[in-house]
Design a protein around this ligand. Structure first.
Ligand code: NAD
Length: 457
């Protein structure tokens, strides 16, 4: 077996090496999962629910060490690691409460001796290839409902969150999920690619558009259920009747939370010209209050950049914006090493010729563009190949709803941003992907609705 080296992105230091998978072990483990899945699916739902309930209790019991593991390997500020784990508990509670009704057989017609029913059978063995930025959230959105509804899961955590992936497996196994029913596969892109070669009944991916496109190409002829949750370039429009201070505080948090490394980070801001200057001043002042530093410190707000290559993406967007006439108000450069650091960066007077208004930054970098009308704002919000989330700030509910109805995004926000709810479906338009997680649809997506036509003799 090969080894995967895990480094702390805040210091560059080697944390540990863990045993990694290879093509042969991926193939063997997927056969074991195939053999084990029918027994898991045959258990009464209450037994699978009991396992996930014990998993939840274990997270509560180990919350501090689990948060520390995630912070050490990803550079996520420790308070945000705690927030993610606490937020996961609400998602688990939602899935536990809804799985029974969502997967129960439904009688949809019953007349004249003819009965029609929909049965939700598990897909079978599903692959879950996951991202590092919210490893508990994006993994849990898949493996928790998939396990509850009777599937075996081949789980490939990101190589940048492998210790968290192993912790998830340890807790699920201790909670009673058999080793062959939840199977962690450790490694980078090659292990993910090896997983695509296996016989699976569903592939659920969270990550970048570039990798998602490769996966779609590889899986295309396979006729396997495919879900791809990809990146975004999420816009918000601040109308002239909004309070610039309140909007700036909310949007600065939406842009910089998790060091800007959220799929639903605010990535573009449009502000009506009447309040542009006031908004920009309040935004910069808010960001100046964010403390950058040791991710293990309780008061740190800006942590490390998890993947070193992202520093080059941020540098390139800064150089491009400056060359095209944007005004740099804050940051614009890397922080001192060792480790991967980038100063929170704010540009005003940006436009759509600039990369930072078109391509995902995935870091603490934001552009604020002046607009003169609602029509212009909607046009710019829709001028993107992505469509994950979008928002509008205004006290006028009717105006917000009319604007958001015109925006092509999977989730839309009135006077809020960077928000995910277990009760609502999470999906995207365009290059933000296909399929969905969360909500009751995000439970049923791990089942195959089987149609029963039953005529009494
Ligand atoms: P990534 O695409 O680099 O990696 C994602 C996963 O794919 C990793 O586990 C990686 O090892 C694996 N992988 C890489 N090459 C592969 C291949 N050829 N075949 C199979 N698997 C392969 O993405 P990332 O850096 O981990 O995550 C950041 C991206 O994820 C951002 O674009 C972000 O917006 C997106 N994201 C989206 C959502 C969402 O819900 N839409 C949530 C979180 C993150």
């Amino acid at each position: 077996m090969t080894q995967l080296a895990i480094h702390n992105p805040a210091t560059g230091a080697l944390i540990t090496e863990v045993a990694a998978d290879d093509a042969a072990s991926v193939a063997a483990k997927s056969l074991q999962a195939r053999a084990a899945q029918p027994r898991w699916a045959a258990l009464p739902l209450a037994e699978r629910q009991a396992c996930i309930t014990r998993f939840r209790a274990a997270i509560v019991a180990e919350l501090e060490p689990l948060a520390a593991i995630m912070t050490r390997e990803t550079g996520k500020p420790i308070q945000m690691s705690r927030n993610e784990l606490n937020g996961l508990l609400g998602r688990i509670d939602f899935f536990l409460a809804e799985v029974s009704a969502s997967t129960a057989t439904q009688t949809v017609f019953n007349e004249g001796g003819m009965t029609e029913q929909i049965e939700h059978t598990p897909l079978g063995v599903v692959a879950n290839i996951s991202a590092w930025n919210y490893p508990w959230f994006v993994g849990g959105n898949v493996f928790i409902p998939a396990l509850l509804s009777g599937n075996a899961v081949l789980y490939k955590p990101s190589e940048y969150a492998a210790m968290t992936g192993l912790a998830i497996a340890r807790l699920l196994h201790a909670a009673g999920v058999p080793q062959d029913v939840f199977v962690p596969l450790i490694g980078g892109g090659a292990v993910g690619a090896a997983l695509l070669e296996q016989k699976v009944d569903g592939l659920f991916f969270t990550g970048s558009y570039a990798t998602g496109a490769k996966i779609a190409q590889a899986m295309g002829p396979r006729m396997v259920k495919l879900q791809l949750e990809l990146g975004g370039k999420d816009p918000t429009y601040v109308c002239e009747d909004a309070n610039p201070q309140t909007a700036a505080e909310s949007l600065a948090d939406g842009a910089m939370y998790n060091t800007g490394q959220s799929c639903c980070s605010v990535e573009r801001i449009y502000v009506h010209e009447k309040i542009y200057d006031a908004f920009v001043a309040a935004f910069v002042a808010t960001v100046q209050g964010f403390k950058l530093g040791d991710p293990m410190a309780n008061d740190t707000y800006i942590g490390a950049i998890t993947r070193a290559p992202q520093l080059d993406v941020l540098d390139a967007q800064v150089v491009d914006a400056q060359a095209k006439g944007a005004t740099l108000l804050l940051g614009g450069k890397r922080g001192p090493g060792p480790g991967n650091w980038y100063e929170p960066t704010v540009f005003s007077h940006v436009n759509h010729d600039m990369e930072l208004m078109r391509e995902e930054s995935f870091g603490p970098l934001i552009g604020i563009q002046k607009v003169s009308s609602d029509t212009e704002a909607v046009k710019l919000m829709n001028d993107t190949r992505y469509g994950l989330t979008a928002g509008v700030f205004t006290p006028d509910e009717a105006r917000a709803k009319a604007l958001l109805a015109q925006v092509k995004a999977g989730s839309v926000y009135w006077n809020c941003c960077d928000r995910v709810s277990p009760r609502l479906p999470w999906s995207g338009y365009g290059d933000s992907g296909v399929g969905l997680t969360l909500s009751t649809y995000g439970i049923q997506t791990f089942t195959r609705p089987k149609a029963w036509h039953l005529r009494k003799p």
